[in-house]
Design a protein around this ligand. Structure first.
Ligand code: SF4
Ligand code: SF4
Length: 298
């Protein structure tokens, strides 16, 4: 069945598919408990640590986890003020459709097949699962890296009740050049494959409400009003990589938002124009605020 799964994924243009075991992920639990202790969590993750460790708590009878990577790199664009991951239509929707197609294919071919699929919104650590499933290796910048598409990959996973044979994690890490550590605007890459998301510019650009002086300073260190690509852009593993072969990530791209547009349109009009983009989930006001901070507009 695993070969049929891989074959089906190929027919959907999904090159990276691997299997993670059903847990519990006790090694992850140890790392995560330390992150919580140090306050190095964004607050957007699942709060119940057990649900991050035991897939069974999310899908009863989980026997394996299908993990897929979706490359999204389309090139470096001069003058862009959005992060690369947000150029296309919302990746959550694009990937969820693909994962559900896989789930339906398996439902049709495996008796009593049950599954739940997630893109960014699940209780587990998607990067940990991608590593467990042997799809990439860890970078010091805390990203999962592939040889062909670098670290510009989205991760989706499917908890399911079929015992697919697990793959093995890759026994390697990044080159440890530490360029990402040196150039990180938040100085939050700690050198032990973990980061402090509280100081990460990408996280700060998504923050609602009052920003601290430190947030403002970090945000002003480069021109992106949404996200921050520095630790990926400087990484040698991302040099000379292939652009994505996934059609949906190649078309209908928005690289930049204009201030005048943000200022002039209503929230409703903003949602009409950009509601199907991942950068819109915090609303127009947050993007406008970020633009004003970065470009020092009073
Ligand atoms: S996204 Fe930016 S701020 Fe966040 S860890 Fe990477 S380089 Fe640092
Ligand atoms: S920039 Fe260097 S240290 Fe950072 S992830 Fe890439 S190879 Fe590793």
């Amino acid at each position: 069945m695993k070969n049929r799964l891989i074959e089906y994924c190929r027919s959907l243009n999904i090159e990276y598919v691997g299997i993670a075991p059903p847990g519990p992920y006790l090694d992850f639990e140890e790392i995560w408990a330390k992150q919580i202790e140090k306050g190095h969590v964004s607050g957007l993750e699942e709060k119940d640590i057990k649900r991050r460790v035991y897939p069974e708590l999310t899908l009863e009878g989980t026997k394996s986890v299908i993990v897929c990577l979706f490359p999204y790199f389309t090139g470096n664009v001069e003058g862009a003020n959005l992060s690369k991951y947000s150029y296309s239509l919302d990746y959550h929707i694009i990937i969820k459709n693909k994962l559900d197609a896989i789930g339906k294919f398996l439902e049709a071919n495996v008796q009593d097949f049950k599954y739940k699929s997630f893109v960014d919104n699940g209780p587990l650590s998607d990067r940990y699962l991608a590593w467990k499933a042997g799809l990439g290796f860890w970078g010091i910048n805390n990203h999962i890296i592939t040889d062909k598409h670098g670290s510009y990959v989205f991760i989706g996973y499917i908890l399911n009740n079929y015992p697919f044979e697990p793959d093995k994690p890759q026994d390697r890490t990044c080159r440890k050049c530490l360029d990402c550590v040196r150039k990180c605007p938040g100085q939050c890459i700690l050198g032990d494959f973990t980061i402090n998301p509280q100081r990460c510019k990408s996280y700060i650009t998504q923050k609602k409400g009052e920003l601290t002086e430190r947030d403002i300073e970090i945000m002003s260190r480069n021109g992106l009003i949404w996200g921050c690509d520095v630790c990926q852009d400087v990484c040698p593993h991302n040099k000379n990589i292939k652009t994505t072969e996934i059609e949906e990530f190649r078309k209908n791209l928005v690289h930049k938002l204009c201030y005048n547009e943000l200022r002039q349109i209503s929230n409703k009009e903003f949602r009409r124009r950009y509601g199907d983009r991942c950068f819109s989930w915090r609303g127009k006001g947050v993007l406008q605020r970020n633009y004003e901070i970065i470009n020092k507009i009073k």
